[in-house]
Design a protein around this ligand. Structure first.
Ligand code: AMP
Ligand code: GLY
Length: 441
């Protein structure tokens, strides 16, 4: 084995029309969200022989080719529930954390609807940094030493007595903007005042933790209570520009096949971090029932947790799910209903994906630019922020497209991806040229 050209999805993905014609008696699925992550989920579902109908709310232009887009917001819990009931949806799959934090899983279950995602209580593993840190301390899961504060003066005096840089994290969902790495006391003072005196993000606490060093990576697992089914490891590239320079973004590219992770590292991360966290949540009375995402770092002292997320990562999902050989419906449905599932099987080889973003992202950017040449691309194209008008696809977000290819190794996947990207024409897109650079240094 080894060769993953074309990716399983590129080979067998079906359009919404084909799926519906083929099997009217199969399962109906509703996917919630409308980014590249949800496109990858819809694409994986389109390969399931059990699935005959896929809805996606709100979806996007690319998703619309493989599913029926439903114009409902991801946090419109009542609207989505009514839609699922009216359309006899067999299973709902939740992408974004906002929907989980809004309690969509609790509401669907109360209405007797099967749904893949964590309860509002269990989503605290992502939505509250303090909860996550306390859980890790209590159950011996390796992470940076920390303390948490609600008083500005107390926080400042603790930080003053610690080495710099200091890591300050606002305790709540802050759309990735709630973390400040303060290089000196002045910077720490400003950030703490912002968070605890001016309440720029809301009325929250601040977690202050030690600064760790080493390469970061993402470990996504399907989790049902204490059952943890690992996915291939991946690495995101959070900075906007080559050389890991520029502002933080939602992620500019990702790949699997991490050269710096040994089988022992992976085993340690699986047993001592992911399985322990799942068991800890069971012991705390809030079992997980969706994806647990470990944002991990390989430090000189071993692998430690930077953060947990309660959902698929974006752009990690777009490089991980194309490798899945098992029927994803079976996994989603098993986790949603508490049925033990078969260990998921994964293709050999690696994947690499590059995000095409609007010029100016993550700052101010314009939308509405035509995108041409997509039909010529011989790789997986996931839409992140696109719209369609009179059959013409246009840019409709900060991150717009992600092009993903497979290969026997990263050099092969990288060459293929950049070659295919060169076929895409648009006046307002940019992308990083150095995805997976750590493998080539
Ligand atoms: P978080 O929202 O917790 O993932 O933090 C965002 C980013 O800040 C992470 O991806 C890391 O790059 C960085 N970061 C967070 N915590 C630490 C830490 N303790 N040491 C070093 N870097 C960190
Ligand atoms: N790739 C970062 C995230 O999904 O949070």
């Amino acid at each position: 084995m080894g060769l993953v050209y074309p990716l399983p999805s590129a080979r067998t993905a079906r359009s919404a029309k084909e799926i519906n014609l083929e099997n009217c008696l199969g399962k109906t699925v509703l996917v919630i969200g409308g980014g590249g992550r949800e496109h990858a989920i819809v694409d994986a579902l389109s390969r399931s022989p059990q699935v005959s109908m896929i809805y996606c709310a709100p979806g996007n232009a690319g998703i619309g080719e493989q599913a029926i887009n439903v114009p409902l917001k991801d946090t419109d819990v009542e609207g989505l529930k009514a839609f699922a009931l009216e359309n006899q949806v067999d299973l709902t799959v939740v992408g974004p954390e906002a929907a989980l934090a809004a309690g969509i899983v609790d509401a669907f279950r109360a209405a007797g609807l099967a749904i893949f995602g964590h309860t509002q209580a269990a989503t605290a593993i992502e939505s509250s940094k303090e909860f996550a840190k306390e859980l890790m301390a209590k159950y011996g899961i390796p992470t940076a030493a920390y303390r948490s504060f609600s008083e500005y003066e107390e926080a400042l005096s603790y930080v003053s007595a610690r080495p710099f840089p200091a890591v300050l994290k606002y305790d709540g969902l802050a759309a990735g903007k709630g973390v400040v790495i303060a290089q000196d006391l002045d910077e720490a003072r400003r950030a703490l005042a912002d968070m605890l005196l001016d309440h720029s993000f809301g009325e929250g606490r601040v977690v202050v933790e030690d600064y760790l060093t080493g390469p970061e990576f993402s470990f996504l697992c399907f989790v049902d209570g204490a059952h943890v089914y690992p996915m291939p490891l991946s690495q995101d590239h959070k900075r906007a520009y080559d050389g890991d320079k520029g502002p933080n973004t939602g992620g500019m590219g990702a790949y699997t096949g991490l050269p710096f992770i040994t089988p022992e590292d992976r085993e340690f991360a699986y047993r001592e971090i992911m399985c322990k966290a799942a068991s800890a949540m069971v012991a705390e009375g809030m079992p997980l029932s969706g994806v647990l995402y470990g944002g991990l770092m390989k430090t000189p002292e071993g692998i430690k947790v930077i953060e947990f997320n309660a959902r698929f990562g974006d752009p990690e999902t777009e490089v991980v799910l194309p490798l899945l050989k098992s029927d994803i419906y079976d996994i989603f449905e098993g986790v949603a209903t508490g049925r033990e599932v078969e260990q998921p099987r994964w293709a050999d080889g690696v994947t690499l994906g590059v995000v095409l973003a609007s010029k100016g992202y993550p700052g101010h950017y314009q939308k509405g630019f035509d995108i041409k040449g997509l039909d010529k691309v011989d790789a997986q194209v996931y839409h992140m922020g696109t719209g369609i008008r009179d059959g013409r696809v246009f840019t409709n977000g900060g991150r717009v497209l992600m092009v993903v290819s497979g290969g026997t190794n990263l050099a092969e996947a990288r060459e293929k991806v950049y070659h295919e990207i060169s076929k895409i024409q648009c006046d307002n897109l940019f992308y990083r040229k150095d995805i997976a650079h750590i493998a080539f240094e």
